[in-house]
Design a protein around this ligand. Structure first.
Ligand code: SAM
Length: 226
């Protein structure tokens, strides 16, 4: 069913047990405590930013029960579809946050997140919209704050321009490239890949999927240099 009526989606999300909807009063409530929601709080926490309709999380939470999964999405209609998919799995290692990535550091404590996924983020091709791209350095700064010292970030996109822009931002901000492919589905990283809705759409049209795994440069504590 396609849900067209925003007020209805809003109400459902606000009442849904799998969804956290931060308000000015509650936005910091779960900060540093996300893992306590899950049956296995000792498991790593992986967060997908811009979850859309949620295919990735529904699949990933089943294939990787050793991970606690959270999806962040700001638009209510796709999020509600994602939540319904997640609910149908009955996987207990899955939650959603209805929020904008802009508020990430109010939602998560420093070092709380082990991996961030950016899947087919809006490319914002116009130059005047550069700052809205989720790999702009102002977002990288937020990601660096919430990622654990061993944490990393995975970006997948069909957009060559967003990919090139992102690589440049990672480089200039001192992030380390660990894995990279401009044709993920025909690369050594294809085996572990879990596809998203957008990924299926673009790859069915023969478009290559661009993939990179990066980690923020960690400054060594004083006195530990070799
Ligand atoms: C192009 S869709 C991709 C959806 C999904 N990740 C996929 O690969 O199928 C991008 C999604 O990111 C969400 N998004 C974009 N900017 C966001 C932000 N600042 N905070 C939260 N969600 C955002 C959009 O609402 C949209 O649902």
């Amino acid at each position: 069913m396609r849900l067209r009526r925003k007020p209805e989606a809003k109400q459902m999300l606000m009442e849904h047990p799998l969804v956290f909807t931060p308000t000015d009063e509650t936005k910091g409530e779960m900060r540093g405590k996300w893992r306590s929601l899950f049956p296995h709080p000792e498991h790593p926490l992986y967060v997908e930013l811009g979850t859309g309709k949620g295919q990735f999380l529904a699949k990933a939470s089943g294939l990787r029960p050793d991970i606690n999964w959270i999806g962040v999405e700001r638009i209510e209609e796709p999020l509600l579809q994602a939540v319904r998919k997640g609910e149908a799995t009955q996987n207990a290692n899955l939650r959603y946050i209805w929020a904008d990535v802009e508020g990430l550091t109010e939602l998560f404590a420093p070092g709380e997140v082990d991996r961030i996924y950016l899947h087919f983020s809006d490319p914002w091709p116009k130059k005047r919209h550069t700052k809205r791209r989720l790999t702009h350095r102002r977002f990288l700064d937020l990601y660096k704050q919430v990622l654990a010292p061993t944490g990393d970030l995975i970006l997948k996109t069909d957009s060559v321009s967003l990919f090139d822009f992102s690589l440049e931002e990672f480089r200039e901000q001192g992030w380390e490239v660990i894995e990279l492919s401009r044709d993920l589905h025909h690369s050594p990283y294809a085996g572990n890949n879990i596809t998203t809705e957008y990924e299926d759409k673009f790859s069915s049209r023969g478009m290559p999927i661009h993939y990179v795994r990066v980690a923020p440069h960690q400054t060594q504590p004083a006195g530990t240099e070799n």
